[in-house]
Design a protein around this ligand. Structure first.
Ligand SMILES: [Zn+2]
Length: 256
């Protein structure tokens, strides 16, 4: 029987991972996969994300390889086992830096191809760094599927408030590692060893510059954010412990 996706419920922590990933580069598109469960009313509940490593960086398109899809399925299976719920790959996300949020023809064709394999597969696009009418950077999100004639069909999306779960936190922490790996790989394929020592020094200097940029712009802010989060959590623990002592005291008084 034909199944049509009715709605997407995106967990706030996955939304945070996607935004953090999209904001990591202003020059190229980034991409990842979305994992979760679908209920009997064809509503997708996305509760985990997977940041994908790009073998080539392009400003106007992204491609997911068969190996990456396979890797994501394995990741979903591991999560299913850990959580005791039937998790699977439900869709993909990518970014549009400096352009509108609407899917391109290539995006719609890619989306249609995934829907052949899974009619409920969904696409999310995050448009970031777009500034219109002198309003600062705006973040826009679209949730779509492709029709049979490669047109966009908007799918309702809601963001569900949830605490940051360990497996999504791990994803955020992996981001700098993935970006550094991509940078080193691209440098190694594009800049093969040259006979001219000055060319080699120049290329190595550029690699160092890009890596230090990643550390200051990505790793350091993530560390600072996580430290601030830890501080707030510790304060909450202290407050809750105080409340617990107070409640115990009151209950002991009541008994007397
Ligand atoms: Zn696109």
């Amino acid at each position: 029987m034909f199944r049509q996706l009715n709605k997407v419920v995106l967990s706030a922590d996955v939304y945070a991972v996607c935004i953090q990933h999209a904001l990591s580069t202003e020059k190229e598109e980034i991409m990842g996969l979305l994992i979760g469960e679908v209920d009997d009313s064809n509503i997708s509940y996305i509760s985990a994300g997977l940041i994908l490593h790009r073998s080539e960086k392009k400003s106007d398109r992204v491609e997911i390889s068969a190996e990456q899809l396979c890797m994501a399925s394995t990741h979903a299976e591991q999560l299913a086992e850990k959580l005791g719920r039937p998790m699977r790959v439900l869709g993909w996300y990518h970014s549009h830096p400096h352009i509108t949020v609407w899917p391109s023809h290539v995006d719609l064709r890619t989306q249609a191809m995934y829907q052949i394999m899974d009619p409920l597969f969904v696409g999310l696009i995050f448009s970031v760094f777009l500034s219109e009418n002198n309003v600062g950077n705006q973040v826009q999100l679209t949730c779509f599927q492709a029709t049979d004639n490669y047109e966009r069909r908007d799918v309702n999306i809601v963001i569900e408030k949830v605490p940051l779960r360990d497996y999504n936190l791990k994803n955020i922490c992996e981001l700098p590692k993935i970006l550094i790996q991509e940078e080193v790989e691209i440098h190694n394929t594009k800049c093969s060893k040259n006979d001219d020592i000055l060319v080699n020094i120049h290329n190595e200097a550029f690699k160092t510059l890009s890596l230090s940029h990643l550390i200051t712009k990505i790793s350091q802010p993530i560390c600072e954010d996580l430290e601030a989060r830890l501080e707030v959590t510790n304060l909450r623990i202290k407050e809750l412990e105080k409340m617990l002592i107070e409640l115990k005291r009151k209950s002991d008084e009541d008994k007397i």
